[in-house]
Ligand binder design. Structure first.
Ligand code: C2E
Ligand code: CA
Ligand code: CA
Length: 528
């Protein structure tokens, strides 16, 4: 609006100029035609008392003054317009750039995507859109504060800037999410190579103010269909990114149409899960944990199952992740704990329960009080409860993990480090946190007889546990020979299909187990 007003003023000034110029010209022409000066001389002589010559000088001065004033005003206007144009450019720049990193922002990226409206020309390739998400940025932010987090994001942005080629385009979508559009002369193979390189380089630690943090990244890739809306391209790369994260983070994944169907399925499942959590569809199953030497029943691992009204019984791998994503894992976990404790409260007092706590649930500030409440409500004694946590629950904040573990152990609950051997640095945590037990992951135990390296790992873990005075449970025991090997290594407890699969609480524990000292599983186990 202001611009239009200024423009019209400029034009008014210009028209006035033109008017004056025309009038002057007309006066000149007229004076030439009629010999105006001579006429004026005669006229002023005849009316000497009117002082016409003075009036003329006055008029001429006025015209001159007006001209100068107009000139100055016109210059002012031009200057104001230039300043406005610069400010507008700047505002435009800011509207299209991310303030923190200086990269293009989501809007600029969308514009760029929307311009891809033609199929690639000869010598060019289909454009690839890459979405990159940092894997462990949130804990860095939580732990070291936003200013530190911002500094790391800035470093990541610089890193991306350096990693791309001249005609590639990089933007920050917000939070810890970035996007790259590759130049049309780059092939999808180039894109994948770049993505893998980035995942590799971003997995190395970043340093700021003497602190080093490791964040890592996952990347989703899709080919941008010409003429498709930017939203479609973003959605596809996003789905690929989601698949990459699901594959275990630090991965690169391409969009494929199946993902659309899967995303739809997942959205459906998400809705169903919210519903399920309101009712009683998520229930505990129990898998026996057995004393390997004597074959006696020692307790059960509690494993969640979902009795889905349409799909039947679903395993936890299908819903624990979703529960984490929708922020419902604590509710789910505490619900399972409450049901399991209520069911097992009047079992033989020597039988323990081992309950899984997801990393996200472990970080919930209400974890310890919630667990205490459940134990009080159900009358389940704390010393019969063991919680299984994984390395990823601890990794981000060791001090907080120590506080929670101490709080739980003070209350009489024991703590096991689950899936031992599958993480990066379980060993370091064993020294630093007061675990009672480690659980050897089933990936080392099942099929052990065919894998000498797994046998070595298992015997190594057992030796280590002995040195640290920790108890051990080996999971995934499926065969008699696996059991025999574990027995030869003096592994205290075991769990696996050889003994029993996870089963519902009804009818448990097996009748004989009421006196657990007597109950034995799949005996005879040869005791040397
Ligand atoms: P996990 O903690 O490693 O649990 C052991 C898994 O191994 C269970 O799978 C169990 O059914 C399976 N398993 C036991 N013995 C054998 C065997 O001999 N052979 C084979 N192949 N598998 C065996 P499940 O029940 O599907 O649970 C998968 C994972 O889901 C669990 O792995 C655990 O991480 C998680 N989970 C289960 N229930 C809960 C829960 O209530 N809360 C949380 N946060 N996670 C849970
Ligand atoms: Ca477990
Ligand atoms: Ca495991």
């Amino acid at each position: 609006m202001g611009d239009v007003r200024q423009m019209s003023e400029l034009w008014k000034t210009r028209l006035t100029y033109l008017g004056i110029a025309l009038t002057t010209l007309a006066t000149f022409l007229l004076s030439a035609e009629f010999d105006a000066l001579e006429w004026f001389y005669e006229y002023s002589r005849a009316h000497e008392d009117w002082n016409l010559d003075e009036i003329l000088v006055l008029v001429l001065n006025l015209v001159l003054g007006l001209l100068v004033a107009l000139l100055v005003r016109s210059r002012q206007l031009r200057r104001a317009m230039r300043a406005r144009r610069i400010a507008e450019k700047q505002a435009n720049r800011m509207a299209r750039h991310d303030v923190l990193t200086g990269l293009a922002n989501r809007r600029a990226l969308q514009d760029r995507l929307n311009k891809i409206d033609a199929a690639p020309e000869a010598g060019q390739h289909a454009t690839v859109l890459m979405i990159l998400d940092l894997d462990r940025f949130k804990p860095v932010n939580d732990l070291h504060g936003h200013i530190f987090g911002d500094a790391i994001l800035y470093q990541v942005a610089q890193h991306l800037r350096k990693a791309i080629e001249k005609d590639d385009f990089v933007a920050r979508l917000g939070g810890d999410e970035f996007a790259l559009i590759l130049a049309p002369d780059r092939t999808p193979e180039d894109a994948e190579r770049l993505a893998r390189r980035l995942v590799g380089s971003l997995s190395r630690p970043f340093h700021h103010e003497g602190i080093s943090v490791s964040i890592g990244a996952s990347i989703g890739l899709s080919v941008v269909a010409p003429g498709a809306a930017a939203e479609t391209a973003l959605k596809r790369s996003d789905q690929a990114l989601y698949a990459a994260k699901r594959d275990g983070r630090g991965q690169v994944a391409w969009y494929d149409a199946d993902l659309d169907a899967k995303a739809h399925e997942r959205a459906q499942l998400e809705g169903d899960l919210r519903e399920a959590l309101r009712g009683d569809q998520i229930i505990p199953f129990f898998q026996p944990i057995v004393d390997i030497r004597s074959g006696r029943l020692r307790g059960f691992e509690v494993l969640a199952r979902w009795q889905h009204p349409d799909h039947g019984l679903l395993g936890p791998d299908l819903f624990i992740g979703i529960a984490e994503d929708i922020g419902a894992i604590s509710r789910l976990g505490i619900g399972i704990l409450r049901q399991a404790c209520a069911i097992a409260a009047d079992w033989d007092p020597s039988l323990k329960l081992s309950v899984n706590i997801s990393p996200q649930q472990f970080k919930d500030l209400n974890l310890v009080p919630d667990i205490k409440t459940v134990l009080q409500e159900t009358g389940f004694p704390p010393h019969r409860l063991e919680l299984e946590i994984t390395e990823s629950a601890i990794i981000d904040d060791l001090d907080m993990a120590r506080r929670s573990i101490d709080g739980l152990r003070d209350f009489g609950i024991s703590i096991a480090l689950d899936d031992f051997g599958t993480g990066f640095s379980s060993l370091a945590y064993l020294r630093q946190l007061p675990f009672d037990r480690i659980k050897i992951d089933r990936s080392f135990v099942t099929g052990m007889e065919e894998s000498p390296s797994n046998q070595k790992i298992v015997s190594g873990i057992l030796a280590l546990a002995r040195g640290l005075e920790l108890s051990v449970t080996a999971e995934g025991i499926e065969t008699q020979s696996e059991l025999s090997y574990l027995l030869s290594l003096d592994c205290p407890l075991g769990q696996g299909y050889l003994f029993d699969k996870p089963m519902p609480g009804e009818g448990l524990p097996p009748d004989a187990a009421l006196s657990s000292k007597e109950v034995s599983y799949r005996q005879p186990v040869s005791v040397s």
